[in-house]
Design a protein around this ligand. Structure first.
Ligand SMILES: [Zn+2]
Ligand SMILES: [Zn+2]
Length: 268
């Protein structure tokens, strides 16, 4: 059992310490746990630009040090990977690369949380969108995720259709051409795509991505990794058995994990 996407209290919107997540993972029988809290807002000038979104820049070194210490402390009982979930901002990633350079990160998750000027989960964004435009909006989101993959900065691409999170009807809107472009960009970048079970914490329920995207991902040979995206320790490995069943049915046979940036495969 693996879980490569978890948060903790430093980000300002999750509960529990890093140790709480490690203990919860041990309790649930997780073998490989990724600690991957939100990257500070490195593109902003303030130390703590968005207190309820991400930790201050000045706390990042202590976050990494604590994760590395836990990795050593628990080495005999669980494998801990050290990571962070970075936002993808078009044309503004230089400060992220510079800021993250030199840290002992096993992998970096790249996620598009800000899209066309707003948080993807902001429900008010949909008031101005006509039903006929939904396919275009969804396609533009997929193309932004494709760009995120093509940046080459990330080993894991996060919750690729999370734009539907608080607008569930978007899930069924067709956007196949852009979806395929995104899936190929992920595959060709060498990154793995998450299957992320945190949809249940939003209005859409279910997982990111939709089953049809998983089927297309299998067709194209896109590697997958598991992500609870837990913001409370108890959600670690949430719905793991159900995910395994669906993936096996589609035809997937392996998970991908990353150690010091190098991919390794495990049987599902
Ligand atoms: Zn979060
Ligand atoms: Zn995220």
């Amino acid at each position: 059992m693996i879980d490569l996407h978890t948060h903790h209290e430093r980000c300002g919107h999750a509960t529990g310490s890093l140790r709480d997540y490690v203990l919860a993972a041990l309790d649930k029988g997780v073998r490989v746990l990724g600690l991957s809290d939100h990257t500070p807002m490195f593109a902003a000038d303030d130390d703590h630009a968005l207190p309820r979104v991400a930790m201050p820049k000045s706390q990042f070194p202590s976050y990494i040090a604590e994760a590395v210490a836990l990795k050593a402390e628990f080495a005999n009982s669980i494998e801990i990977l050290v990571s962070t979930e970075a936002d993808y901002f078009r044309g503004r990633m230089d400060r992220y690369s510079a800021a993250l350079d030199g840290y002992p990160l096993d992998y970096i998750i790249g996620s598009v949380h800000m899209f066309e000027g707003r948080d993807i989960f902001d429900v008010t964004r949909w008031a101005e969108v006509d039903e006929g435009e939904l396919g275009d909006v969804k396609s533009r989101y997929f193309r932004t995720v494709a760009e995120c993959a093509r940046s080459g900065l990330f080993q894991v691409i996060g919750h690729v259709d999370a734009l539907k999170g608080n607008f569930p009807q978007l899930g069924a809107v067709p956007a196949a051409a852009a979806a395929d472009e995104m899936l190929l960009a992920i595959r060709d970048s060498g990154a793995a795509m998450e299957i992320n079970t945190s949809g249940g914490t939003k209005q859409c329920g279910g997982w990111y991505p939709e089953t049809d995207l998983l089927e297309r991902a299998h067709h194209f040979g896109v590697p997958l990794t598991f992500a609870s995206d837990a913001h409370v320790p108890d959600r670690i490995a949430d719905q793991y058995p159900e995910v395994i069943e669906v993936l096996r049915h589609i035809g997937f046979r392996s998970w991908t994990v990353f150690r010091a940036g190098a991919a390794a495969e495990y049987f599902l």
